[in-house]
Design a protein around this ligand. Structure first.
Ligand code: HEC
Ligand code: HEC
Length: 492
């Protein structure tokens, strides 16, 4: 008995212990498998961001065949002295037209020479050397085995990146950059390059026959249109409808200009998460527009399908050239193995959605005034009717008729929905240069607020307008933005 009792006790406790161990093991295993799942999702996200950043910064999608081989833009960079044509593009000229240099791509000794002013910034050979170092943001040179520049391509980063102002002294006398940015510095992905004179750069290309014949005009005409765009602007629709200028521009019901260039301001490529339609006129989603730009504008090699472009009345050029269903000259679709765009759209989109919202510099707005402006924004000023916090665009189908914001319909009518997209207005401090609204028709936020005051009959007085502007300057994207913090400060 005495022998059996403990053994029965042991059996019982053994079973209990075993059960408990099993139970604990089950919990641990479950937790482990959950965390493994979570890790694989997080790892996947990190991998996509890394891939997407690489594509955004460095991928040309094979577009050197257009910019170099066809337009021969690289020859204009080299200049006659290096076997190209014309005077060449010196680093000084490159910086003047808004190209940016990535300081992290420069070897230390070169950077020091730059700082000491011992590099000849008037020599196109230095520009070619910078291209070889992959230091010109958004532009890639193609070099042959002898080291000569034989072609060049462009990237998303050309227009949607700039550099910070850490080396602002190096801009002295060359260019007055957009606030917060510089000429030579660390990359700022997603920031619109409002210093970049895209039209001026393309106009340098020695051979614009491809563009001229597409638009059924002369190269001289193409050049003069390109030279009307000015810094920070590009006209993606020109190659669809051939309309170079807005015949009349109406602001506050008054005609304020004729034949205003049809080019629009380069928008940021951050703050796009949760926003439904993209571009000023709401062409489509981020991947739609990325495929559009990579093929039709950058001239990379890939598929693109958008039958809305077959409307010969709205898009005569696009319809005549089959842009709504891109195929090779032989009528075949490009083979998946040669498609350099489609496989990159996922990571590219993911990256753009992940770029964090930059924070407005300290002291760039008055927080007490911004807190008062907060109340006006969603109250008397009715801004939140469309710019819905915290997307700052409509939640849902984010388009409005031109009459709702009291402007002309020229640009809206160049897009399939004939409307304007409610601009996601976070981080306005990153793009004050070039003005506001699609074509920069309002030179400052004061003009924007005055416009709404009239358009929506808001009856705002001078101090209310100024509070609203301080609030606009405080807006960022996402729950971690300054907007939330300014809300807390106001005691909400
Ligand atoms: C030559 C300059 C240029 C290049 C290169 C360029 N873009 Fe753009 N991007 C623009 C302009 C201008 C617009 C506005 C177009 C419009 O509204 O008609 C725009 C619009 C966008 C938008 C919409 C933003 C918004 O607020 O909805 C995204 C996203 C975008 N581009 C991403 C890209 C990506 C990704 C690439 C590379 C595949 C790229 N862009 C290449 C100039 C450029
Ligand atoms: C009916 C909808 C609507 C209302 C209400 C509205 N907006 Fe807008 N907002 C838009 C649209 C659409 C655009 C884009 C216009 C364009 O593409 O030119 C825009 C553009 C802007 C821009 C320019 C952004 C940029 O990047 O250039 C600012 C700033 C702005 N709105 C501020 C405001 C303020 C402040 C209010 C309130 C006084 C307000 N909006 C009310 C629809 C609206």
């Amino acid at each position: 008995m005495t022998e059996r009792a403990p053994s029965r006790w042991m059996t019982l406790s053994g079973i209990l212990l075993l059960g408990a161990t099993f139970f604990v093991a089950l919990i641990v295993l479950r937790a482990q498998s959950q965390s493994t799942n979570q890790d694989s999702t997080a790892n996947n996200a990190v991998q996509l961001v890394v891939q997407g950043r690489q594509i955004f910064r460095f991928d040309t999608f094979g577009d050197h065949a257009f910019w170099g081989d066809t337009l021969k833009l690289h020859q204009a960079i080299e200049g006659a002295g290096l076997g190209g044509v014309g005077p060449g593009v010196s680093p000084k000229m490159a910086l003047t037209v808004g190209l940016k240099v990535d300081v992290d791509a420069l070897p230390q000794n070169l950077f020091e020479q730059l700082q000491h002013g011992s590099i000849n910034l008037n020599d196109p050979a230095v520009t070619v050397a910078l291209l070889k170092l992959n230091a010109v943001v958004g532009v890639t040179g193609v070099f042959d085995s002898s080291g000569a520049l034989k072609s060049m391509g462009i990237q998303c980063a050309l227009c949607h990146s700039t550099v910070d102002n850490s080396q602002i002294a190096l801009c002295a006398g060359v260019i007055q950059p957009n606030p917060g940015t510089g000429c030579i510095g660390h990359r700022l992905d997603g920031w619109p390059n409002r210093d970049l004179n895209v039209g001026g750069i393309i106009a340098l290309a020695p051979d614009l026959e491809a563009v001229a014949s597409l638009l059924n005009t002369t190269q001289a005409n193409v050049r003069s249109v390109l030279n009307t765009w000015g810094p920070g602007k590009f006209d993606a629709e020109l190659f669809l409808d051939g309309k170079a200028a807005n015949p009349q521009q109406i602001t506050d019901g008054v005609t304020t200009g004729t034949n205003v260039p049809g080019a629009v301001l380069i928008p940021p490529a951050f703050g796009l998460g949760g926003v439904n339609l993209h571009t000023w006129t709401g062409w489509g989603s981020v991947p739609h527009w990325n495929a559009f730009v990579a093929t039709l504008e950058m001239h990379g090699q890939g598929r693109f399908w958008d039958p809305r472009l077959n409307d010969a009345t709205q898009f005569p050029i696009a319809a005549a050239h089959g842009f709504g269903d891109l195929r090779l000259p032989n009528g075949q679709y490009i083979s998946p193995d040669d498609d350099m765009v489609t496989s990159k759209l996922q990571a590219l989109q993911f990256y753009q959605l992940a770029i964090p919202s930059p924070q407005p510099p300290a002291g760039s707005f008055d927080s007490a005034a911004a807190a008062r402006g907060d109340a006006l924004f969603s109250g008397k000023a009715k801004c939140n009717n469309c710019h819905v916090e915290p997307l700052w665009s409509d939640s849902g189908w984010n388009l409005h008729a031109p009459s709702e914001v009291c402007i002309d319909s020229f640009q809206a009518n160049r897009a399939p929905d004939h409307r304007y997209r409610t601009s996601p207005i976070g981080d306005l401090f990153t793009h004050t240069k070039g003005g506001f609204y699609h074509d920069g028709r309002f030179s400052a936020l004061t003009n924007v607020v005055d416009h709404y005051n009239t358009c929506l009959s808001l009856g705002l007085n001078a101090s209310e307008k100024s509070d609203l502007i301080q609030y606009l300057l405080s807006l960022t994207f996402g729950p971690t933005g300054t907007e939330k913090r300014s809300g807390q400060r106001s005691g909400k």
